[in-house]
Design a protein around this ligand. Structure first.
Ligand SMILES: Nc1ncnc2c1ncn2[C@@H]1O[C@H](COP(=O)(O)OP(=O)(O)OP(=O)(O)O)[C@@H](O)[C@H]1O
Ligand SMILES: [Mg+2]
Length: 243
């Protein structure tokens, strides 16, 4: 059965001054899909995510989420979407628990205490719940952001380098947890990472961005075969280092 895409991006472009950060990209994301966005520093990954979250206004192009135009249905769409990135601003003097309660109320979460307790347990973050956010390590903040991102049971999750500051043990657990949530709830996830093994392990499909344009899209092994690489890491290095 053909299902409608949850995200449809058509000819999306973002120009900062004269720089084309995102240059006419088009792609779709399907329900329950994990889509990995990869590419060199400055390729346009974060800018793309920011446009999908309606935090940055596109210069041109079209974004539909759940079949609706994002610009015209921002509030309705964002109710079922969540995100995590190192840019998430949290009131730093409040504790983790206070912060999560604020977000839970904003999202209208039922039984917020129970939901937060479950997620703190999933991310092994109970020990930081009474600490002020300003006193957390970067990996601890990342975990709190991921908890925040899952609070409202989103249908789509946008994650900008979700595992970048996590130690290998927690990063591995986070990947398993995201896969589990995806399987249980049919959530779609679009995430970025510079960890090519993670890309291979996590992604149903990947999108390779370079200088704002999509240079490859498909299952990780297809992209690897297309560029005749021994691994995705090998492909990345070939592309990043070519003249
Ligand atoms: N607010 C802004 N004003 C001007 N230029 C910007 C702005 N945001 C991003 N850029 C530029 O757009 C380009 C794409 O940046 P972006 O942050 O999307 O890259 P990225 O793929 O996420 O890179 P990284 O892997 O380093 O996170 C870069 O050249 C960056 O300098
Ligand atoms: Mg980025």
């Amino acid at each position: 059965m053909q299902t409608n895409p949850v995200v449809e991006v058509k000819n999306l472009t973002k120009i900062f001054n004269s720089l084309k950060a995102v240059d006419n990209i088009s792609f779709e994301m399907h329900p329950g899909e994990i889509l990995g966005l990869l590419g060199p520093n400055g390729a346009g990954k974060t800018t793309t995510l920011q446009m999908l979250l309606a935090l940055t206004i596109p210069t041109s192009g079209e974004i539909k989420i759940f079949g609706l135009d994002l610009e015209q249905n921002r509030e309705k769409i964002l109710h079922d979407v969540n995100f995590s990135s190192s840019y998430v601003a949290m009131p730093y003097s409040l504790t983790v628990m206070e912060n999560l309660m604020v977000f839970a109320r904003l999202y209208g979460v039922h039984n917020p205490q129970t939901r937060i307790a479950q997620l703190l347990n999933d991310f092994e973050a109970e020990d930081v719940k009474d600490k002020a956010v300003r006193s957390l390590s970067s990996g601890q903040i990342t975990r709190v952001c991921l908890i925040k991102a899952l609070l409202n049971d989103p249908k789509i999750l946008f994650l900008d380098e979700p595992t970048a500051s996590l130690d290998p043990d927690i990063a591995d657990k986070t990947r398993r947890l995201l896969k589990k949530v995806k399987e249980e709830k049919g959530m779609s996830i679009l995430y970025t990472s510079h960890n090519m093994r993670e890309m291979e392990e996590m992604s149903d499909r990947i999108i390779f961005l370079d200088k704002g344009t999509i240079i490859a899209m498909g299952r990780p092994e297809e992209v690897q075969a297309h560029f005749k690489g021994e691994s995705l890491e090998d492909v990345f290095l070939k592309i990043a280092r070519r003249e």
